[in-house]
Design a protein around this ligand. Sequence first.
Ligand SMILES: [Zn+2]
Length: 121
Amino acid sequence: MSAWEIITRFKELSAPSNDEVRTFEVACLAILNANNSNSVHVSEGYSETLPRYKTTPIECKKTLKQLKKHLWTRQKQLIELERIVKRVESAVQKSCEHEWVKDWESRHRSHYDCAKCGAYR
Ligand SMILES: [Zn+2]
């Protein structure tokens, strides 16, 4: 059965089984992959979609190698996401008309937080 046939058939299901849901997702991903969806999204500034991994893996060398690859890919994406968050946070804080509020719970006597953007001084 082709991916499109699986998708068409899925549309008719009122209460799909877990297996039918997984099969549907695989069919959708096959179509998206055939149309370079990840490359298209990355070229337009979106993050890469990461493939799923099994949280209850078979404990063998092959699985270990695959899990490490998933981990490294996610770590790389996480580092990039942290860099983006810092850049956007800095831009937001630079453009904010701060509203400084004294932080009475701080150990430092003169600690103030901006109520609007979260900056502190
Ligand atoms: Zn602010």
